[in-house]
Design a protein around this ligand. Structure first.
Ligand code: KIV
Length: 280
């Protein structure tokens, strides 16, 4: 069996074979991810859009994340599981500890992920000093959708590139185990990757990061629309839709269930029942 990934081991894999991360939100998805040999499962607050039907991650609560992480843990007991701290659950050191504590104790997370750089350093320091492994997240950080004015590619000006590089260095200095880089130009991500001693995991950040992460639904072609960077590796939505249409049509025509998908009683038992029934 493959060696289980840990936050400590992640750091030692910097610059080696690219790391494969995938989000998952339930038992079946987690089972598939584990069976496919995914290195790290991220229970992302993208659950808000992929499985809860919101149009952003902002309504996602800590209870939601605990619930989804528990499902994933059961499906993938042997895979490292990082779980997102949702919006406004790490605004102070104390709150971050309480929130991360729930994810670690109730859902058995191996690490928590939070969005932001130096502005969330109080939370980062509190978690690290209590031995809670952290994944940082910079660039297009969906919890800041309003501040960014939409889901826009970040770090496209020299000042914002500098800011991002300094944030990445600060997070690495303060002990994050890895850094997700989302929605930034490829050469900015490549430069950050060169500069920091921890693995960078890209999503919409080119192919020079130390690994990649994709949202489960985007990876399998289950989503109804895709960002530019997402490549569906199958068309599972089409497969599912055609199976559901076929189901509907076979029920309506009484082709389903057929003999093979029905239970039967012997003629003997049925005849005995029937003669009893006639004498009642
Ligand atoms: O919530 C999420 O799924 C994420 C990934 C897109 C990195 O943060």
């Amino acid at each position: 069996m493959k060696e289980r990934m840990t936050a400590q081991r992640l750091k030692t894999l910097k610059g080696q074979e690219p790391l494969v991360w995938l989000t998952a939100y339930d038992f079946t998805q987690a089972q598939l991810a584990e069976e496919a040999g995914i290195d790290v499962i991220l229970v992302g607050d993208s659950a808000g859009t992929t499985v809860m039907g919101y149009d952003s991650t902002l309504p996602v609560t800590l209870n939601d994340m605990v619930y989804h992480a528990k499902l994933v843990r059961r499906g993938a007991p042997n895979t490292m599981m990082a779980v997102d701290l949702p919006f406004l659950t790490y605004t102070s050191a104390e709150q971050a500890l309480q929130s991360a504590g729930r994810l670690m104790q109730e859902a058995l997370a191996d690490a928590v992920k939070l969005e932001g750089g130096r502005r969330v350093m109080n939370a980062v320091d509190a978690l690290i000093s209590h031995d809670i492994p952290i994944i940082g997240h910079l660039g297009l950080t969906p919890q800041s959708v309003h501040a960014m004015g939409g889901y826009r590619v970040q770090a496209r000006t020299h000042d914002s590139i500098r800011h991002l590089v300094d944030d990445a260095q600060a997070l690495a200095d303060h002990g994050v185990a890895a850094l997700v880089l989302e929605g930034i130009p490829d050469r900015v991500a490549a430069y950050v990757t060169e500069q920091v001693p921890v693995p960078t995991i890209g999503i919409g950040a080119g192919n020079q990061t130390d690994g990649q992460v994709l949202v489960f639904h985007d990876c399998l072609g289950l989503s109804s629309c895709y960002p530019k960077f997402a490549k569906p590796f199958a068309d599972v939505r089409r497969v599912m839709l055609s199976a559901l249409e076929q189901y509907g049509s076979e029920v309506r025509s009484r082709a389903f269930p057929d003999d093979d998908h029905s239970y039967h009683v012997t003629d003997k038992e049925w005849d005995a029942f029937w003669s009893q029934e006639q004498t009642r």
